[in-house]
Design a protein around this ligand. Structure first.
Ligand code: GCV
Length: 695
């Protein structure tokens, strides 16, 4: 890849990212659709910028981008191996596709006689193939011949939700848990007139394979409920932009919309009038947006309305919406994040971690085919360390999607460097069923018992109208990694990071090495200086930034650590605790149950132990707390020093932002260290074995 000045304000699609592809002679063979027009547009722009050309004659090309429908089906003849013509290369591709055609979203790549051929299942596949070649850069063109490669997404649903509000004066601001400025979709109580940033964003999302977006906050307030009605023509403008990149749009809806929008007396899912109301609303949406994806719903959760008010269950609620959407091919993403947030801390029998399973496991098999149950990866709430949610294993006859959080609510709020690709790879690779099947396999529909209901992977996005998109310039890597891992969870997250660095910052090896040194283990570093051993929370209430060991300890939200002078942790065992371990299939139910086999990093999630309890690592719990908090801050000091070497090597605005954010990360990490260490020193009375300063 030639070195072109990096431009983090274009995400990973700045000039450097297009240099190799843009130098080719490219022939595009595809029917004219919104998506293939976008492919042509990208190819024209890249070749203009980098000296290549779009060629009319196939034989003049060294890169052919074609859809299956636009080439002749393979006639069974063998390609002439020795003829180095473009037609021969295409013939090879046809032969391969004849033997095993890519799925619509997918594509195959053949390299023969110095010509690269991308043959795609459909327009979206062509777009993905284009970006595959673009991402590979010179490597895509380095060899004369290469074996055919078939690329297909492992997940059919690769979705990003946006917790954006129309009105900036909603209680949680323009973007709930947003750390990168205001919404790119909305301003001043309506959809933005100028959607230029949305166009750039849609292009970037398509380049990493995202195929669905939720456009508004799952906490649907009054004005946001009107996206379904008054603002629909404007939602259609956004949908058109995403459509051109093969992405379908979804809206979060208010379960009580018949009441809030139309003054009805009920939103009971079994009421005929309510069903008719939703059928009408959905019909209007599809008149305006024929390829509308469907709804995302948060119900009976954190104050949102839901079916419980009418004595109905969540299958009743989800199926009611699903039946309104079914005639049009729409889908309901129904969130499993349902728990009692008005708990009494004195009540030790209620365990928030149990809630989703208790509500949803009995409903397995009762959801309609166009319902996807959207399950947060852990039983609590996007914590930096949680066990994988047992709900994922409890729903064998339900379509299930796992939900991740790209926005860094609990991982430094885009003020701290925290590369989450490593965390997600671990979650998606987790063998929850005790056999070979991973979380990614099962949500992707592979290896399920009794058919293969396909769910997918969703996440909450981290962008805003900030000029660098994500507040922290390095948080762009999380967005990139999410798309790449949703496409293929077996990718190595550090290699994915390497791709992102190259695309964003070009070929400067010092930048590459420095960013790896800063980012590769940054999730584990963040874990070190915050809440220890899987105990969770310990954050400042409401905004969730910075340490407060007892911030939620006596609150109604049900997130406790139970630290006293003798010990810490939540007893979730079957023997003496809340019984949560019993929600897991073997071997995890027993492995987590026993204090000796429970992994150190989750010990305090499952057990209440004395401070002197010896971990599998050989140190005591309290000494581990001290050691990791000192070590975490030391790592951040190294990160600060490393980033200082980037001056002049990354754009000035990026460097300035990096320095400012790293300074805050160091301040905050020290604050965490001192709060947490002091708290446990004073509580336990146990001094640090190494005599370091604890206040
Ligand atoms: C959108 C957490 C967040 C809330 C968020 C909620 C959810 O509780 O703090 O801001 O609400 O999760 O996922 O629905």
């Amino acid at each position: 890849m030639t070195h072109t000045p990096p431009a983090a304000d274009q995400l990973w699609l700045g000039p450097a990212a297009w240099a190799a592809l843009g130098a080719r002679r490219i022939h595009v063979l595809a029917p004219d659709t919104d998506v293939t027009r976008a492919v042509r547009q990208d190819v024209v722009a890249a070749t203009r910028a980098h000296g290549g050309a779009v060629v009319e004659q196939l034989e003049d090309a060294d890169l052919v981008l074609a859809t299956l429908a636009s080439v002749e089906p393979w006639d069974g003849s063998l390609p002439a191996d020795d003829a180095d013509t473009v037609a021969t290369a295409v013939h090879f591709a046809q032969q391969d596709a004849g033997e095993r055609a890519p799925v619509p979203d997918g594509f195959l790549v053949v390299r023969h006689g110095g010509v690269t051929v991308v043959l795609a299942g459909d327009g979206a596949g062509l777009l993905h193939g284009l970006h595959h070649v673009q991402r590979q850069g010179e490597a895509a063109f380095a060899v004369a011949d290469a074996d055919v490669e078939l690329h297909e997404p492992a997940q059919t649903i690769r979705m990003l939700d946006h917790w954006d509000n129309i009105a900036a004066d909603t209680p949680m601001g323009p973007v709930e848990r947003g750390y990168a400025g205001a919404s790119i979709f909305y301003a001043d109580g309506r959809v933005r007139e100028d959607l230029g940033r949305v166009e750039q964003y849609a292009q970037a999302l398509a380049s990493i394979g995202i195929n669905a977006v939720g456009l508004n906050n799952v906490n649907v307030h009054r004005r946001e409920a009107e996206l379904l009605t008054t603002h629909l023509p404007d939602v259609a403008r956004i949908a058109a932009i995403f459509r051109a990149r093969g992405i379908r749009v979804f809206l979060s809806v208010d379960f009580a919309a018949p009441i809030t929008l139309s003054g009805m007396e009920t939103s009971d899912p079994l009421d005929e009038g309510v069903r008719a109301w939703w059928a009408d609303a959905v019909a209007r949406v599809y008149e305006t947006i024929p390829d509308f994806g469907g709804f995302v719903v948060k119900a009976d959760s954190e104050g949102r309305p839901g079916p419980f008010a009418y004595g109905r269950d969540h299958a009743d609620g989800a199926n009611m919406l699903a039946r309104a959407l079914a005639p049009y091919g729409g889908t309901v993403f129904w969130r499993a994040f349902v728990y009692n947030h008005t708990q009494d801390w004195r009540d030790r029998s209620t365990d928030r971690a149990r809630a989703a399973y208790d509500h949803f496991a009995p409903l397995d098999g009762k959801f309609d085919e166009n319902v996807v149950l959207q399950v947060k990866y852990g039983p609590l709430d996007f914590q930096v360390r949680e066990p994988v949610s047992p709900v994922l294993a409890a729903m064998g006859d339900t379509r299930v999607a796992v939900e991740l959080q790209v926005t860094q609510e609990y991982s430094g709020q885009q003020k701290h460097v925290c590369y989450l690709g490593t965390q997600w790879a671990e979650i998606l690779d987790f063998r929850l069923w005790g056999d070979e099947r991973t979380v990614a396999d099962v949500v992707g529909g592979r290896g399920r018992v009794g058919g293969s209901p396909v769910g997918g992977i969703t996440a909450v996005s981290n962008v805003g109208d900030d000029e660098l998109w994500t507040g922290h310039p390095l948080a762009q890597a999380n967005l990139y990694a999410f798309g790449r891992l949703a496409w293929d969870a077996t990718l190595d997250p550090v290699e994915v990071l390497d791709e992102w660095i190259g695309l964003t910052y070009g070929a400067d090896e010092q930048v590459r090495a420095t960013l790896h040194a800063v980012m590769d283990d940054s999730w584990l570093t963040y874990e070190k200086y915050t809440a220890p051993l899987g105990v969770c929370f310990m954050v400042q209430p409401n905004h969730h930034y910075g340490p407060s060991v007892d911030g939620y300890e006596y609150s109604p939200w049900g997130t406790y650590h139970f630290a006293d002078r003798d010990g810490i942790g939540v007893d979730r065992t079957r023997a003496t605790g809340t019984g949560y371990t019993g929600q897991y299939p073997p071997p995890w139910r027993d492995l987590y149950e026993a204090v000796d086999t429970c992994p150190d990093e989750l010990l305090l999630f499952f057990h209440h132990v004395p401070y002197g309890h010896e971990l599998q690592s050989g140190v005591s719990v309290v000494q581990h707390i001290y050691d990791t908090h000192f070590a975490g801050v030391e790592r951040v000091e190294e990160m600060v020093a490393a980033v200082a070497t980037l001056e002049g090597r990354v754009p000035g605005a990026t460097f300035a932002r990096l320095q400012e954010r790293l300074a805050e990360q160091l301040r905050s990490a020290r604050e965490w260290r001192d709060h947490v260490n002091t708290y446990f020193y004073r509580k336990s009375g146990v001094p640090d074995a190494h005599g370091r300063t604890i206040h």
